[in-house]
Design a protein around this ligand. Structure first.
Ligand code: NAD
Length: 249
């Protein structure tokens, strides 16, 4: 028996890192999984899972037409939506606040915050058709504490946490749970881009983790699985760190 038997899940950002690990784990636990990404890499994740349990969709989460179409195609294909993992995100180019490019600020907010809004806007009505479901939004420890150089990223992840709480309250009585996860430093292509060309950056990020190492995408996916499953039936409106103790400092 899988922990997500009979459930249909959408995972955004499924072509890489945390989203890829989650798509594979959700499928291993019995879910049918829509693997969505903007790069085309979602196809490889769906192929790895296999056609009986996964479908790939090329989606830009920051475009309403794409997100609406993803919901329509999910309904046509699988008939329902039980789990929505709004996970796609970008880090943006770091700079001190006065030097932060205005266009870059909008780009990061557009994908990370507006993208999560669109996922909930178009996903919630589909979930309600079959009595509810579970939404998991990927925020970050950067939504809980400040990070110099990351004004847009921290703003976007703080927004994800607040939107999570709002939607959780709006739909608590209608069977939809909405939670945010706040990963610490997780070894994914995102962090590799961040540390590229900076010899000390990896050591510094590792030292920032009280457990003395970076997390793995699978460790984050495990929390997403708990929130996706009925085991978390009394958990909603939460922003849960999965961070090796990062925000406990
Ligand atoms: P990643 O770069 O490996 O994966 C992110 C995926 O999102 C990529 O496949 C990318 O193509 C996709 N994506 C980006 N923009 C998109 C768009 N507009 N539409 C659809 N897909 C899009 O990074 P990751 O570390 O796996 O990040 C996943 C999530 O976790 C992000 O929201 C990130 O902010 C968050 N996060 C990561 C860390 C970390 O340390 N890696 C820490 C905290 C939070």
């Amino acid at each position: 028996m899988g922990r997500l038997d009979g459930k249909v899940a959408i995972v955004t950002g499924a072509g890489s890192g945390i989203g890829k690990a989650a798509a594979k784990l959700f499928a291993a636990e019995g879910a049918k999984v829509v693997c969505a990404d903007v790069t085309g890499a979602e196809a490889a994740t769906a192929t790895e899972i296999g056609p009986a349990q996964a479908a790939a969709m090329t989606v830009d989460v920051s475009k309403a037409a794409d997100v609406r179409e993803m919901m329509e195609r999910t309904k046509a294909l699988y008939g329902r939506l039980d789990v929505l993992f709004n996970n796609a995100g970008i880090e943006g180019t770091p700079a001190p606040t006065p030097d932060y490019e205005e266009e870059e600020f909008h780009r990061v907010m557009h994908v990370n915050a507006f993208g999560v809004f669109l996922g909930m806007k178009y996903g919630i009505p589909l979930m309600l058709e079959t009595g509810g479901g579970s939404i998991i939004n990927t925020a970050s420890v950067a939504g809980l504490v400040g990070f110099p150089g990351l004004v847009a990223y921290t703003a976007s992840k703080g927004a994800v946490i607040q939107m999570t709480k709002t939607a959780a309250l709006e739909f608590a009585a209608q069977g939809i749970r909405v939670n945010a996860i706040c990963p610490g430093v997780i070894r994914t292509p995102m962090v590799e881009r961040f540390t590229a060309g900076q010899p000390d950056a990896e050591a510094q990020l590792t030292m920032a983790e009280p457990v003395g190492r970076m997390g793995t995408p699978e460790e984050v996916a495990a929390l997403a699985l708990f929130l996706a499953s009925d085991e978390s039936s009394f958990v909603t409106g939460a922003a849960l760190p999965v961070d090796g103790g990062f925000v406990a400092r």
